[in-house]
Design a protein around this ligand. Structure first.
Ligand code: DAH
Length: 413
């Protein structure tokens, strides 16, 4: 013990063994400390509970997002209530029960608020107002139903009729290039349809932006080469017929081809009762081995009878189109005067509904289809003309004027 030769002078109490008096003092200190901590913890807890209760009560929930935020902040696994439940462990045994009960009440309050708001929001979402003063016996405010446009009705009817005999629907762009509208269809360069007077050409404003398949594309060679007097014509135009889609279908598929192509077309015409600068056509094409004019006639007969009824007369009038050989116009009995002669049929008793013919072998060839092996027929019909005949409409302008008195007549049609 006296390792360095120093003798202890007297008895020094071991620090781990306090004197009796000191022991009592410490006990007092500890119990006071314990008491104060308890008080402190309890009052902190109390304060937190009060604050949380106020927060929960004041929280505004008017949307599903706020509801979710409420859940995360208060009742969720990492929310403030879970925090307080964690702290409960530190609260002394004697107070824990009471504080725990209070916490449970608070949890119930938060859960109840959450459930109520959720129900209200769900009800609001289902259009069932939770407002008890709402009178469910009130008659509804009538909702005016729109009507289909007569041109849509007829277009859809045409699609239905042709789809019954195996035709599918193909579509193409309204802004076309010269190739698909004219060149691929055998139109010579000096054909009148290529004249600015008949066709809406698109001025090439900012080269090299050009339009390809209805989208902007680059075409550096466009009309800058060649010595033709037409070389400076713009390269793009508003399609003058739906025969453009015929070319697009033939370029992208091999026979058998059996498609119809409904769409809007444009021509530079003065608007009158009989003509418009914008109208609609349904093009059709059938290409396979051994297809003849007899097939074409049969298809047209079938269509006309389905559309107008069995008593309708049909005639094919020889005509010319650059892309068909032979070509014909399709006339049917004038339905306005039943064939007696009126100003719509110009006294003839017949009205033209479209053009048709056997696809010219040169057109097949240009589109990549072997004319030695395949043949086909095509037609193009005006939707306006067919609609006018079907519904006895005497003025083409009615289709675009949006006159409700006219459009309402097609309710339920
Ligand atoms: N494209 C022609 C026009 O708009 C109509 C037409 C005639 C289309 C004969 C055809 C056809 O497919 O074979 O006047």
């Amino acid at each position: 013990m006296a390792r360095f030769g120093v003798q202890p002078l007297g008895h020094t109490p071991h620090p781990a063994q306090p004197s009796k008096c000191g022991h009592q003092n410490d006990k007092l200190t500890i119990s006071l400390f314990h008491h104060l901590t308890t008080l402190y913890l309890c009052s902190m807890m109390q304060e937190n509970i009060t604050r949380l209760r106020a927060d929960i009560e004041a929280y505004d929930i008017t949307s599903p997002e706020q509801l979710e935020q409420f859940r995360i902040a208060f009742t969720g696994r990492k929310g403030q209530l879970a925090d307080l439940f964690d702290q409960l462990k530190a609260v002394p045994q004697e107070q824990r029960r009471a504080v725990g009960q209070e916490l449970n009440q608070l949890k119930q309050l938060a859960q109840q608020k959450f459930d109520e708001r959720r129900e209200e929001l769900d009800a609001a979402q289902n259009n069932a107002p939770a407002d008890p003063t709402f009178d469910y016996t009130l008659p509804p405010v009538p909702q005016a139903l729109g009507t289909r446009h007569p041109l849509s009705l007829v277009r859809e009817e045409m699609v239905r009729i042709f789809s019954r005999i195996g035709f599918n629907v193909a579509e193409g762009p309204e802004i076309e290039d010269d190739w698909h509208n004219f060149t691929a269809l055998n139109f010579p360069e000096n054909h009148p349809a290529r004249d600015m007077q008949d066709t809406f050409f698109i001025a090439p404003t900012a080269p090299p932006a050009q339009i390809e398949n209805g989208e902007l594309a680059t075409d550096e060679t466009a009309n800058t080469e060649g010595n033709s007097p037409f070389a400076n014509l713009p390269t793009h135009l508003l399609r003058t017929h739906t025969s453009t889609v015929q070319v697009r279908v033939m370029e992208s598929q091999q026979p058998p081809i059996r498609s119809i192509m409904p769409g809007r077309v444009y021509r530079n015409e003065a608007i009158s009762a009989r003509a418009h600068m914008m109208f609609h056509q349904v093009e059709g094409i059938f290409i396979d081995e051994g297809v003849s004019f007899a097939d074409l006639k049969q298809t047209v007969y079938y269509f006309v009878q389905e559309m107008f009824g069995e008593d309708i007369q049909i005639r094919f009038r020889p005509s010319f189109f650059p892309f068909t050989e032979p070509s014909a116009e399709i006339d049917i009995t004038c339905l306005i005067c039943k064939g007696k002669g009126c100003n719509i049929c110009k006294g003839s008793g017949w009205v033209e509904i479209g053009g048709c013919g056997m696809v010219d072998p040169a057109v097949l060839q240009q589109s990549g289809i072997d004319p030695e092996r395949y043949s086909g027929y095509a037609w193009g019909m005006g939707i306006e003309r067919i609609t006018m005949l079907k519904y006895q409409i005497k003025d083409l302008r009615l289709f675009t004027e949006n006159d409700m008195r006219f459009l309402r007549q097609f309710e339920g049609a």
